[in-house]
Design a binder for this molecule. Sequence first.
Ligand SMILES: *Cc1c(COP(=O)(O)O)cnc(C)c1O
Length: 393
Amino acid sequence: MKYGVNDLGYYGDFGGAYIPEMLYPNVEELRQQYLTIIEDPAFKAEFDDLMKNYVGRPSPLYHAKRYSEKYGANIFFKREDLNHTGSHKINNAIGQILLAKRLGKHRIIAETGAGQHGVATATVCALMGIECIVYMGEIDMQRQAPNVSRMKMLGAKVIPATSGSKTLKDATNEALRDWIANPVDTHYIIGSVVGPYPYPDMVARFQSIISSETKKQLLEKTGNELPQYVMACVGGGSNAMGMFYHFLDDENVKLVAVEAAGKGVDSGHSAATTFLGREGVLHGSRTILMQTDDGQVIEPYSISAGLDYPGIGPQHAYLYKINRAQYVSITDDEALQAGLLCSQLEGIIPAIETAHALAYLEKIQFKKDDNVVICISGRGDKDLDTYIKYFGF
Ligand SMILES: *Cc1c(COP(=O)(O)O)cnc(C)c1O
């Protein structure tokens, strides 16, 4: 695959595994085994069975008629919001729990910011009867109390990270410390296409089910498996990479990745990584990230917890640099308005993350025969309070 990872774990200049020496055995075990395991027919059969009967796949490709009329093109929604647990994150969590089982691991750790990845991880651990420990910043635990309760109900242990800013990056540090201390029996489930190689490639493969289904569904609905546009929001970039994956080599398909501009790219409160970032190392890989002149990571901001991340996965950094995909951004206000529009035109309340991708429809001049696919990465139930506060319902 032209835009895939090379044997050394790089996409052009990006990727690799920049990890402390003490993590080397864990990451090296994964690197040596992941492809053999996930390409094994028995693994694939178990993954496919759970995707169908547990997650509810294939997720529909819905022709959004009122959106199509409004924007003057054929707009299709790839409905990841209909998955069990409400977003695309479950695809990766199932893939990694099956991998962990085959590696003989008895214990799962994860870090979570808003709690979405923590809930997906706790879900698959319950499914498999495996011990689950989720690290979460103490402040995030207060802000996202319902997700903490969900994880506990699913049987996970949630451990507060009490150092630093008591948010996601501190939770990540705690999880890494745990993994160093428990290299033999523990697997670390990362929730997006980030982290040291092989995580970005592994997570992209698990999420690529989104675009493999989409191709078949488009062929059925339009007579052509290729659309003119494929669009998705980007935090770390896993729903976007899953949505782009099987279209990457089809150079005529325009790929549009939508980042969170927050209060505006120049406001000092933003998460528009490609616009504000520079090359550097974040969470174990070389990528593009928001940093000060002396290399300190800048706190990102977005109203959507899932897009509030200071970097992007290394494959995205590569696609950005070589111009294979277009990276754009949408503000909080634009996203919230788009979430309202989608609710009232299509009867679908999207996650605020997803609403960023929907908002960008306003900025493209389509031709009337264009086929456009947008990844509806998640449902908006979790964001209802934010919508209510903003619109005053
Ligand atoms: C976590 C999340 C995202 C952002 O993560 P990616 O890895 O960039 O996909 C987007 N949408 C929803 C609904 C999420 O839960």
